[in-house]
Ligand binder design. Structure first.
Ligand SMILES: O=C(O)c1cc(C(=O)O)c2c(n1)C(=O)C(=O)c1cc(C(=O)O)[nH]c1-2
Length: 238
């Protein structure tokens, strides 16, 4: 079988968006305003585990990537999440980063930083799902780990959905708490450009393209399983 053209291959990857967790009943509940404050807090506290795993996953990709150009681009993801402080002749540039933005979201929904950071609300099945992602990135060739980040193709939509619906449905959450979602809309688009370029270039036979689709499905399943775990723990309201 001949390889798909890059455009065909990209549209096959994008088609997988139909299995994105944006369609999971727990997420639908959250983004249509049917969640109680307890369910919102449960989601924020558990999703924190994914948040802190992302830069560890990205460091694992960098550790196994011998391509300097790719590393130069990829390091941005670690800076996005962990934040940075760089001092030069013109002063200091600081960014508190995505993990900090998530902790501010946590406070805005009524959780303390401590109870989020010590992961006391963590659901075991959700932890296993997140660990599976980090362990995958540690184990496979870096191009496969890059490919697994491509669920981000579908992430701007879910962040925009939260920004569009939460202020109306959850007026008790301070608008400033939603800054994480605002930041991610453009960051995810930039991430996707890089991840997609690597994937379209590396997976260049039909067999490899099929492998890429399997990897993307594996990652979609991780996000779905995280939502299953939260639905089971916190319930889904009709
Ligand atoms: O809120 C979400 O639904 C969601 C999903 C995803 C995703 O699709 O993996 C990411 C994010 N958010 C996100 O904020 C983020 O920084 C991120 C990084 C990655 C990745 O795989 O490298 N996914 C995601």
């Amino acid at each position: 079988m001949t390889a798909w053209t890059p455009a065909e291959f990209e549209s096959k990857l994008r088609e997988r968006g139909r299995a994105y967790h944006i369609h999971h009943p727990f997420n639908v509940m959250l983004n249509t305003g049917r969640a109680t404050p307890e369910q919102v807090r449960g989601w924020v506290a558990n999703r924190f585990l994914y948040q802190v795993a992302i830069p560890v996953k990205d460091a694992a990709i960098m550790a196994s990537c011998p391509d300097r150009e790719v590393r130069r681009g990829w390091i941005q993801r670690i800076l996005d999440h962990d934040g940075f402080e760089i001092t030069g002749p013109n002063g200091t540039i600081r960014d508190a980063g995505g993990i900090e933005a998530w902790l501010r979201l946590a406070e805005a929904v009524g959780l303390s930083r401590e109870e989020v950071m010590d992961e006391r609300h963590a659901i075991p099945a959700l932890r296993f799902a997140v660990d599976a992602y980090v362990n995958f990135a540690r184990r496979v060739p870096w191009q496969e780990a890059v490919c697994s980040s491509l669920t981000e193709l579908f992430a701007p939509e879910i962040h925009k959905q939260r920004l569009a619906t939460w202020p109306e449905h959850y007026p008790w959450i301070e608008s400033e708490g939603l800054q994480y979602f605002r930041n991610r809309v453009s960051q995810a688009r930039r991430d996707v450009e890089q991840g997609l370029a690597v994937t379209l270039d590396h997976f260049n036979t039909r067999a490899l393209q099929q492998r890429a689709l399997d990897i993307l499905q594996f990652k979609l399943d991780i996000l779905w399983a995280m939502n299953d775990a939260m639905a089971q723990r916190y319930g889904v309201n009709a």
